[in-house]
Write a protein that binds this ligand. Structure first.
Ligand code: ZN
Length: 488
């Protein structure tokens, strides 16, 4: 039941009809999280986008091997191959073994993604578990002459690659223009050219994550892991590579360079990139104070949140936009999303109670085809949701006896409404926890306010007692400059 599915290929900047390399099978690689912090709203978007792709391709009868990696080494603070490794830094600050940090945030990522009903990939490889494969790929790039060793580190030779293959295919960056935009190399620099990127970095003795290699005791560069792991699990030519638009440069552009050298050709047939989430029109950032973790959304514990939001509201809110468009978060937008979702839930509950008649006033088969058409058009989830609302109109009209449907059409409507709503959009049936969440949220707001009041009145005994009682329940209150926040 393969459908004529079209997707936008970032490589050629156009929509293309999806034709798998091997009939009936799809190799899908998606860049997963770098695990050094709590998962936030920004993590939810790529996860949900490629979850929809995975679900839909599976539904239209492809056998999908979905690989989503975990970056637990090599992602430095600065994209120019400088600064500390993000995970090593966190481990140093918290006096933990780096893999303790990675495991902790992998667990919280999984926990949040499970709540959002994001399906687990078929394979979830970790960069730190593939050091040997990464060293092998670096050796191949060196053998082919597109990398050089400098003071124990190995760098990719971008100018040489540019002459032979043409640099910037994916991001449209032009090497000559990049030079004027980057700082001059100083005499100390190990790189021959500012656009060159690290394949292997020699570790300083105090660096806590390092492995033996032919060049030095060190660690792999950030981009090499995806080339090594996609080749290992999907081969040297695979169907779809996905990720957030923020990864397009330098991460994916560097992957294109590495794979082209190693395999002698492009290894990815279709590149897909999801757009970003802004918060009240602003980019998300720790320094802007608008960095909201998913858990904070679920319990409503960030000062910018008016209340808690159910995971399905967040999922639906993201799906209301096309994945290539921007999503702007605000409390109003989330509350509106919640209302929309409630209408869909209400209509779904009526499906089992519709009266069957002799004839049909609506063409249900055509409605269903429009749902497929929306998904076949580059995963147009907002269009699909609009079609589901058209179905809501039909359901309500049948219920009110304004129009009639035959038994067969009611069955079709029931099966397909649930198919698109639950299985393809991945929205879980309504949870009863909604009310509980709201009650907890309301109670916590009240408790925080009473404690603030007590502090203002210098009633430290009451303020401390509230904090201690909450600690026993596993709830912590933190005083921030935006006010008190609580965490469970
Ligand atoms: Zn990647």
């Amino acid at each position: 039941m393969n459908q004529p599915f079209q997707l936008y290929n970032t490589l050629f900047k156009q929509k293309e009809l999806f034709e798998p390399i091997v009939p009936g099978r799809v190799g899908l690689y998606v860049c997963g999280p770098t695990v050094y912090g709590e998962p936030h709203l920004g993590h939810a978007r790529p996860a949900i986008t490629f979850d929809i792709l995975f679900r839909y391709l599976t539904h239209i009868d492809y056998k999908v091997r979905y690989v989503r990696n975990i970056t637990d080494v090599g992602h430095l603070e600065n994209d120019a191959d400088e600064g500390e490794d993000k995970i090593a830094k966190k481990a140093r600050l918290e006096q933990l073994e780096p893999m303790e940090v990675a495991q902790f945030y992998i667990d919280s990522y999984h926990h949040a993604m499970d709540k959002l009903n994001v399906l687990r990939p078929s394979i979830e490889p970790r960069a730190s578990g593939h050091i040997i494969e990464q060293i092998e790929v670096i050796e191949q790039i060196l053998d082919k002459g597109y990398a050089y060793i400098s003071n124990g580190s190995v760098y990719f030779d971008v100018p040489k690659y540019n002459i032979d293959f043409g640099y910037g295919k994916l991001s449209g960056r032009i090497l000559e223009e990049m030079i004027s935009n980057t700082r001059e190399l100083d005499g100390q620099d190990e790189k021959r050219h500012p656009a060159d990127f690290a394949l292997w970095k020699k570790a300083a003795p105090e660096h806590i994550m390092q492995w033996r290699s032919p060049w030095s005791d060190g660690f792999p560069g950030w981009h090499i892991e995806c080339t090594a792991m996609s080749t290992k699990y999907l081969g040297d030519h695979f169907d779809i590579h996905g990720g957030g638009m923020d990864l397009l440069f330098p991460h994916h552009e560097s992957e294109v360079c590495q794979a082209t050298v190693v395999h002698g050709k492009e290894s990815v047939k279709y590149w897909m990139h999801n757009n970003m989430i802004t918060i009240n029109g602003q980019k998300m950032g720790k320094s802007l104070g608008n960095f909201i973790t998913l858990n904070q959304f679920f319990i409503g514990s960030h000062p910018m949140l008016e209340r808690a939001y159910l995971p399905m509201t967040i999922r639906y809110f993201i799906l209301q936009a096309h994945y290539r468009g921007t999503v702007d978060f605000s409390n109003d937008a989330l509350i509106a999303a919640e209302k929309g979702l409630q209408k869909l839930y209400a209509a779904e509950k009526l499906l089992d109670k519709l009266p069957a008649k002799e004839k049909s006033d609506e063409n249900i088969t055509a409605c269903i085809q429009r749902c497929y058409d929306a998904m076949n058009d580059d995963l147009n989830t907002p269009k699909l949701i609009a079609e589901l609302f058209d179905a809501v109109r039909i359901i309500n009209s049948v219920k009110e006896n304004h129009i009639s449907l035959t038994k067969e059409d009611i069955e079709l409507l029931k099966t397909n409404f649930r198919l698109f709503f639950f299985d393809i959009l991945g929205l879980l049936p309504e949870e009863n926890s909604a009310n509980n969440n709201e009650i907890v949220d309301g109670l916590m707001k009240m408790i925080v306010e009473i404690r603030q009041e007590a502090k203002l009145n210098k009633n430290w005994a009451v303020a401390d007692a509230i904090r201690n009682h909450l600690t026993v329940l596993g709830i912590t209150i933190k005083d921030t400059k935006e006010g008190a926040v609580w965490e469970m």
